[in-house]
Design a protein around this ligand. Sequence first.
Ligand SMILES: [Zn+2]
Length: 303
Amino acid sequence: MSVLMIFVDGIGIGGNDPDTNPFARARTKRLQAACGRLDRPELRAGALVIPTDATLGVDGLPQSASGQTTLLTGINAARQVGRHVHGFCTRALAGILDGVSLFARVRRGGGNATFANAYTPEFFRGERRFLSVTTVAMKQAGLPFRNLDDLARGEAVFHDITNRDLRERGHEIPFVHPEEAGRRLARLALTHDFTMYEHFQTDQAGHARDMNKAVFLLEQLDLLLDGVLGVSDPDKLLVVVASDHGNVEDLTIRTHTRNPVPTMLWGTGREVVAGRIHTLADIAPALLRYLRARGAINGSDLA
Ligand SMILES: [Zn+2]
């Protein structure tokens, strides 16, 4: 029994208006389910969609670093530090993450966890000054990072899904069709108890208010999901799409939104897990409880 969490930065549940919401315009099979206002969990296009609060009871616009820390730990990081924290991981957030992220807890429970994203040589040379929340959580958990060799072997996925960005930067990595990237992700997930994949270009498209780019990214993401779901046995893999805050669903503004985010679930166990999710802080505990109940990890370390 495995869990694959596909984290997509900056997607909220917005109005069903193709002039302002790329979800309403993109031709998607899976992600269509996330479009339009939802007040309660609903089964759409095979996905259980849970409108999930990302404001965490804290004033102002929800931001990535505190949202992602909350998502990975089940601790309301925005409330703990007194504000929404944007961008990269801070020292305070690293303190919250340490020892209690999904990566750390799955590992401690005897399970194997991995981050599917491939990192570039610049990262391994220590040239990155600012680290993402996921990167810090992986480091703290002592887990190895995937590199471009893993990517070339089909054992990782780049954050842009197709390797287009890497190729433009001069790396000799073949282009991967988004569906094939999804199949690779599913194969990786089936050999681990917990796998996470992260895509953040959606948030960038939202800040840029770029409708064409946003539609392109959502359609690409949809193909990735189709690839994942096409090869994964729903009895063996629970697939979760989660986000940290709204943004791209409302291109009338350049900022994040306070809209709920769609937590989307496919696979057995989705009803049980969905029943426990109301805010971003509920996702990690719900997944850990599920992995324990299915015997994938042990321990009384209740999230
Ligand atoms: Zn943002």
